[in-house]
Design a protein around this ligand. Structure first.
Ligand code: UFG
Length: 324
């Protein structure tokens, strides 16, 4: 049985990937500081080691002792807006602490490394959909930190023979039956809209209606976390190192997401137009042909309503998120 070390397995995407790996016959050890993750988001079938990637000695010891086939790295700070206020947090967590994990891979002779990268590495794209070889010019410290770690992995691949996959997610969304999105405070569009639908929040603030998009609000490519999970599993066994964009290839504006959520929930979503949020590009849409062609990725969720429906179902069954 292949054993995978999942750094950040108590977070939103890490928890769904852990569940997916376990469902597909892998053994999983989750390493997580629980700073933003939740104990209840860790699949009970996984082994859990509490720890921070800042603790270099600890993560190296864990990597050396586990006989791991691969590492999946989800443990990072991931908010575009916050990175524009506190860049230091992003460079420390996502680069300095990431290096500790890469060094742990070297120390433990773990050859397969799957990294959560992001569409934010592209900045304001020159064209959409975005392909892997399009210019990467981040417009926020979050995207810069992830791009820097992609480059670090490239050097580790050349020098230490670690095979890596940088998976550039567009906007992760949706839920599995057991695991969903619950940040505190919540800043992401879909969970905030669903809080409004559930009567937990009075209204959504729409950050800008004067973007260069058909209806003026930002356009994003929302991709289901189960489709991300499938991509991670495939990437573990990729024949060589590579970068892959992960999205549906369809862009939806903030207003279109509001409409879809109204349809799914049957509730009216109140909103108000607010100023733009610093660091937000107009439009991000993925071209994911490379991972389909090279690794046989077959996404199951093609439309936003199905994605939102899964998140809504999870929300109705988990009234307080992961709070007991
Ligand atoms: N938005 C609002 N109001 C809100 C929250 C969000 O209008 O209350 C808008 C944002 O301005 C943006 C869109 O909804 O245009 C999506 O925002 P999210 O905060 O949900 O997600 P981001 O696009 O900022 O970022 C997410 C992840 C990043 C990842 C990026 C890739 O958080 O880690 O997708 O596109 F890099």
């Amino acid at each position: 049985m292949k054993h995978i070390l999942v750094a950040g397995g108590a977070g939103y995407i890490g928890s769904a990937c852990t569940e997916y790996l376990l469902n597909n016959g892998y053994a999983v050890t989750v390493y997580d500081s629980l700073v933003t993750g939740h104990l209840d988001a860790i699949d009970p079938r996984a082994k859990f080691i509490p720890g921070d990637l800042a603790d270099r000695e600890k993560i190296i010891k864990v990597a050396k002792e586990g006989n791991f086939y691969g590492i999946m790295h989800f443990a990072a700070a991931s908010l575009v807006g916050e990175s524009m206020v506190d860049p230091s947090k992003y460079f420390r967590n996502n680069i300095a602490n990431g290096i500790n994990l890469a060094d742990a891979a070297v120390a433990g002779n773990i050859k397969n490394f799957v990294f959560s990268s992001t569409a934010a590495t592209f900045g304001q794209p020159e064209k959409c959909p975005i392909s892997e070889n399009d210019p990467q010019k981040p417009i926020n410290p979050y995207g810069e930190s992830k791009l820097c770690f992609e480059k670090i992995l490239n050097w580790y691949s050349q020098i230490h023979g670690i095979k890596y996959a940088a998976l550039r997610y567009f906007n992760a969304a949706g839920a599995t039956e057991n695991f969903g999105e619950a940040h505190n405070p919540e800043t992401h569009l879909i969970p905030i809209i669903l809080q409004v639908a559930a009567g937990e929040r009075e209204k959504l603030m729409v950050y800008g209606n004067d973007y260069n998009t058909p209806d003026g609000s930002c356009v994003r490519d929302y991709i289901h976390i189960l489709d991300l999970a499938q991509a991670h599993m495939l990437a573990l066994d990729a024949p060589e190192s590579g970068h892959y964009n992960l999205g549906t290839g369809k862009g939806l504006s903030v207003f279109e997401i509001i409409k879809a959520a109204e349809k799914v929930s049957g509730k009216k979503i109140n909103f108000e137009i607010a100023p733009r949020r610093p660091g937000d590009p107009d439009t991000l849409i993925a071209c994911s042909d490379r991972i389909k062609k090279l690794l046989g990725w077959k996404p199951q969720f093609e439309n936003a309503e199905a994605i939102i429906e899964s998140a809504w179902k999870w929300k109705l069954n988990h009234k307080n998120g992961y709070l007991r």
